[in-house]
Design a protein around this ligand. Structure first.
Ligand code: NAD
Ligand code: UDP
Ligand code: UDP
Length: 338
């Protein structure tokens, strides 16, 4: 297909990238794929609040209508139940592409990262929208550099059980850069490190949601392996701020977006015990294959070029998530997270 630029068609009003930074403008039309999911729904809240017209495209594979139901009835909000593996025609100025089964339990089921990303890039090219890919720290694999800098190329097993995710996102980054170079598309790439907060899937097997749900249900916290592997946990509002700064800014990236505070899984278990139940027991389980030993973002680039850094440490963010999980697990009347 021939791009808008190649055809020399006039740029649309408010097309992504044509809006000078800081300009007081009327709301943009923004597509959020995966907008009914954990991160996407928090992003949608901020965009709607800012006055944008938001379209969510989500197949509700791991997302939930409850995450966005408070926008139903708002004329500036629309949700389309659609699988991004199938083509779609829309007219928007910016695309935040989050759709992806993101947890180890779900991600092996579906070619979203490659085919879905290709379709959203094709869409962005046709309408000349600015495209932001939510990639992941998993592109660094089991990293041989610590902390991870964006210039590190990673250490990824191409044929392992996690490969559909790691390699899927690596391919998604490649496609994004190819459309940037080949079709002059305006793109942004975020490499997101482990993020937690309200509306996280309760049973998708990620460590923070597992520990919190287990402690609330008075079950033992399941620590995989020896529990000495590390991760760095970012509160969701910090991530959303980073994603919006990246989209509005002038830099393609990739940018690491994560909280450099690094914890072993045993330390995380301790924070969960302190927050929910000091008597919660710990149970060791065999670790999964190819589990990265360490992970911690170097966020120097985001600090310098986006003026961004996370504000909420784990001991502050965790209680906010616990309030939401308590409501959802014990079935309060109002299960809508705020
Ligand atoms: P999530 O599972 O809550 O959200 C993903 C959303 O995408 C869900 O609403 C799901 O229904 C939707 N989806 C999945 N496949 C789809 C398809 N084929 N078509 C349409 N919709 C589809 O996960 P999340 O944590 O909110 O992750 C959002 C994005 O951030 C993902 O791209 C993920 O890879 C990335 N990310 C998240 C983390 C994290 O720790 N949360 C870390 C790194 C990267
Ligand atoms: N695509 C889409 N919506 C659009 C434009 C394209 O879903 O508005 C899909 C299209 O079906 C194709 C993919 O995006 O599978 C890549 O499109 P592109 O035009 O870049 O590639 P081509 O069609 O030329 O192979
Ligand atoms: N993990 C754990 N107990 C659990 C779930 C996960 O100890 O109940 C470990 C897992 O082995 C990994 C770390 O926690 O070392 C983070 O896992 P998660 O799936 O949350 O994120 P990712 O591996 O994608 O960073």
């Amino acid at each position: 297909a021939v791009s808008r630029q190649q055809q020399q068609l006039p740029a649309r009003q408010f097309v992504g990238g044509k809006v000078p930074l800081g300009l007081k403008r009327k709301g943009l039309r923004v597509l959020v794929t995966g907008g009914a999911g954990f991160v996407g729904s928090h992003l949608v809240d901020r965009l709607v609040e800012r006055g944008d017209s938001v379209i969510v495209v989500d197949n509700l594979f791991t997302g939930r209508k409850e995450n966005v139901v408070h926008h139903f009835g708002n004329p500036n909000f629309e949700m389309i139940r659609h699988d991004v593996v199938e083509p779609i025609l829309l007219e928007v100025d910016q695309i935040y592409h989050l759709a992806c089964p993101a947890s180890p339990v779900h991600y092996k089921y579906n070619p979203t990262n490659v085919v879905g990303t290709l379709n959203m890039l094709g869409l962005a090219k046709r309408i000349n929208a600015r495209f932001l890919l939510t990639s992941t720290s998993e592109v660094y694999g089991d990293p041989l550099q610590h902390p991870q800098v964006e210039t590190y190329w990673g250490n990824v097993n191409p044929i392992g059980v996690r490969s559909c995710y790691d390699e899927g996102k690596r391919t998604a980054e490649t496609l994004t850069m190819d459309y940037h170079r080949g079709a002059n598309l305006e793109v942004r790439i975020a490499r997101i490190f482990n993020t937690y907060g309200p509306r996280m899937c309760i049973d998708d097997g990620r460590v923070v949601s597992n520990f919190v749900a287990q402690a609330l249900r008075k079950e033992p916290l399941t620590v995989y392996g020896d529990g000495k592997q590390t991760r760095s946990f970012q509160y969701v509002s910090d991530l959303v701020e980073g994603l919006m700064r990246l989209m509005e800014g002038e830099h393609v990236g990739p940018f690491n977006l994560g909280n450099p505070g690094e914890f072993t899984m045993l330390e995380l278990a301790k924070v969960v015990q302190d927050t929910i139940d000091p008597n919660a027991k710990i149970e060791f389980r065999p670790n999964t294959q190819d589990d990265p030993h360490k992970r911690k973002p170097d966020i120097g680039r985001a600090k310098e070029l986006l003026g961004w850094e996370p504000k909420i440490p784990l001991h502050k963010g965790l209680p906010l998530m616990v309030t939401d999980f308590r409501k959802r697990i014990f079935g309060d009347q109002d299960s809508t997270a705020t």
